[in-house]
Design a protein around this ligand. Sequence first.
Ligand code: KG4
Ligand code: ZN
Length: 342
Amino acid sequence: MSIILGIDTSCDDTAAAVVENGTKVISNIVSTQTEIHTKYGGIVPELASRKHIEMIWPVVDEALKAASMKLDDLSGVAVCHGPGLIGSLLVGCSFAKALCYSKGIPFLSVNHLEGHIFSVLLEASKPLFPFLALIVSGGHTCLYRVDGFGAYHELGRTRDDAAGEAYDKVSKLLGLGYPGGPIIEKIAQEGNPKAIDFPRAYLPESLDFSFSGLKTAVLNFVKRNELGIVGKDIPHITNHALLNDIAASFQASVIDVLVRKTEWAIKKECIKHVVLTGGVAANRALRKRMREMGDEKKAEVFIPSPSFCTDNAAMIASAGYHHFKAEVFAGLDLNPKAYIPL
Ligand code: KG4
Ligand code: ZN
């Protein structure tokens, strides 16, 4: 039996989890910093890394206690070494290295995107290789063909904003707050997704994505309709029905593109197992539409539960377990990187 402690401090959440044999989550703790960053309308990297320093030990301690385990019970420690905010990554990596050095156990480094893909292995129903994986988060929107552990072939990626970034930016320009995804999802439920015909960047013949035009279209709509002076001060849109319609129409555009591109990839690659993951995959409307498309195309769609879609450390432990099994250990001289390909 292998017990892996996973750690993720890539962005604004301090996360630690204990996972058995790569699939059984024994504990999963996430300490969010939303409250700190909300008043700035987005993540302030310096504040994020300071908070990680404060929280890393309490969060790891809580994960061990919740799993009724001690440091001596660990087979190895898996940590996310990038991509992410460099100051934040440094905290998790330094902590994991110190732990591995002092206990003499393997140090396992996991790419954050690899973690997102293998979050699906934490669920009872698992895809078979090769499968397609669409990662939609705040920092990434990419589509991969996953041929096996460590065998990732990129099929497409965003050329500008990530889908989650578009949610966050649109929420900010509408004066709705941070993080934008859950806020927009909530009010979109009350709106009409066909009310405003926002653009869909399908980029014919390509599996790449583009969401910055959509963000600009929402901005122009707000300006054109004199709903507020965007960028100077937060618009106060008092017409709630209109706000709901903007949110619903924006979300419809994002979902249409994500689902259509996945459909193209299924056809192009002739692969019938599809994984949807990353923070935006917590969105109920997207989950529903992706499942409906899967039914239509006779493809099996695997979507981790929402708490495994958003940033967490169980996914890092899950991917780290496969490094452990293959004896792919990282050196203690490994440095985290803000940008690393999968
Ligand atoms: O994967 P994640 O937790 O962190 C990154 O790796 O970026 O994703 C965070 C992103 C944020 O942009 C957030 O607004 C978005 O996921 N998000 C959502 C929802 N929950 C989180 N977007 C749409 N609907 C949601 N329910
Ligand atoms: Zn993430």
